[in-house]
Design a protein around this ligand. Structure first.
Ligand SMILES: NC(=O)C1=CN([C@@H]2O[C@H](COP(=O)(O)OP(=O)(O)OC[C@H]3O[C@@H](n4cnc5c(N)ncnc54)[C@H](O)[C@@H]3O)[C@@H](O)[C@H]2O)C=CC1
Length: 408
């Protein structure tokens, strides 16, 4: 790949980003009407989708020389099997992408630039398709899972227990992408709130987001007996056993992956001391406090600090209180830290910890996009391929019986 040409070409395209993205989708849908069906129907969701394309492209360009790029792309390809993305879709997207880049580049679109982009796209598509092919024999494209229990805490928090129809592999601390027939074409990631169980069930902790259609459906509408769909598990919030202390810091339903990690540690005790900070907007949102207290009493290696805002204060004042608590503890350079919670909380706390001396390579968190922002400076890798076919409707109950574009 000619990285130099790609970067300078991208700098030109970047100035006309909005135009390029609109052109891309118009071109794609005009030439491939059936693909339109795979993308969100609502203008609002489609708008987010547009943002994703550019975020995605920016991400690729920023990581062109990264050795993690190909493994990541392979993983992404594996995950895109849930969209039933086939070689023909990758080809269609590639053609429209080149057309959009040419359009936005104007006179800067030379044969050399075109060649560089075509080659780069081929590398991306090949890596994703290779990842998909390698997964083909190992696992299904997605897992259907029955809701077997639905607990609601207050207005906005739901804990759903799912029973996948076939075993769903994951590690404590990982998340899965989730889709419901109630909100077709929408996938969101939710952390799994337990370590793997013998009966194969898993818990999703969902905090309802204002205007979040899937989170609202999951918290308020979904009933036991319904089927949800899961994409392959992912994420880096898995515990590293080491001979130094560790801190687990959870805010809101960011508690879910930390709970899974703790469950596993309780089963297989660590040699290191572990300090748990649980931050919540109020006492009612410390919905698992009884369980945490049990762990604290039973596990000599565990210490727990609960943090809520002072009475009458805004929920985010809990974060200020956490900052004070973290500042008063030393040893940050010698610790592993696991962070989970709202994106701005995670971003801010990671920076604070670095300021306190924590080593960036020892602060672990998933990067998740802030709700409504689509992506953040530290956003979850939106997947510089998510725009390939993100949010299409997977063919719901009988995948093999439908051709792309059929409505479920
Ligand atoms: N792996 C991960 O990192 C996971 C992240 N999450 C994310 O956690 C969030 C959970 O939301 P809720 O439970 O509704 O949390 P919440 O809105 O109740 O917030 C909990 C606490 O986080 C802090 N906080 C929230 N927004 C903040 C901000 N902008 N700046 C500083 N501090 C802030 C405050 O102290 C607040 O009391 C969701 O955004 C979800 O995507 C959820 C599960 C796993």
């Amino acid at each position: 790949m000619d990285v130099r040409i790609l970067k300078s070409s991208f700098a030109v395209v970047e100035r006309r980003a909005e135009h390029a993205v609109k052109f891309f989708y118009s071109h794609l849908f005009w030439h491939n009407p059936a693909i339109r069906e795979l993308f969100p129907a609502s203008p609002e969701d489609m708008e987010r989708q547009r943002d994703r394309l550019f975020a995605a492209l920016t991400h690729v360009i920023a990581h062109l020389e990264d050795e993690g790029l190909v493994p990541y792309l392979r993983d992404l390809g594996r995950d895109h099997r849930k969209f039933r993305a086939g070689p023909q879709h990758y080809a269609a997207v590639g053609t429209s992408l080149l057309a959009a880049l040419a359009e936005a580049s104007g006179a800067a679109w030379t044969p050399r630039v075109e060649k560089a982009w075509a080659e780069a796209y081929q590398v991306i598509a090949d890596a994703m398709l290779a990842g998909a092919a390698a997964a083909e024999d190992r696992e299904p494209p997605w897992w259907d899972a029955e809701v077997v229990r639905h607990l609601q805490y207050g207005e906005d928090i739901g804990v759903l227990t799912l029973k996948p129809h076939v075993p769903f592999p994951y590690l404590p601390g990982q998340y899965a992408s989730v889709s419901s027939e109630r909100v077709p074409t929408t996938w969101r990631t939710y952390s799994i709130g337990n370590a793997p169980r013998p009966d194969g069930t898993l818990d999703l902790h969902v905090s309802r987001i204002e205007r979040g259609r899937l989170s609202t459906a999951l918290v308020r509408d979904v009933q036991p007996g319904e089927t949800l769909r899961l994409g392959a598990a992912g994420g880096r919030l898995t515990f590293r056993r080491a001979d130094r202390p560790a801190s687990l810091i959870a805010a809101g339903t960011g508690w879910a992956p930390i709970r899974a990690v703790l469950e596993d540690l309780a089963e297989h005790p660590p040699d290191q001391d572990v300090r748990l900070f649980v931050v919540a907007r109020d006492a009612a949102h410390l919905y698992d406090r009884a369980l945490i207290d049990e762990y604290a009493a039973a596990c000599p290696w565990l210490g727990v600090t609960y943090i809520t805002p002072a009475p009458g204060q805004h929920r985010n004042q809990a974060t200020d209180r956490l900052a004070t608590a973290l500042g008063s503890r030393g040893m940050w350079p010698d610790q592993d830290v696991y962070l989970s919670g709202p994106p701005l909380f995670v971003e801010g706390t990671a920076l604070l910890l670095e300021g306190l001396g924590a080593r960036p390579g020892r602060v672990f968190h998933d990067s998740v996009p802030a709700a409504g922002r689509g992506h953040g400076p530290n956003g979850r890798p939106l997947g510089f391929g998510e725009w390939f076919l993100a949010r299409p409707s997977p063919h719901w109950h009988n995948p093999s019986g439908r051709s792309p574009g059929d409505r479920p």
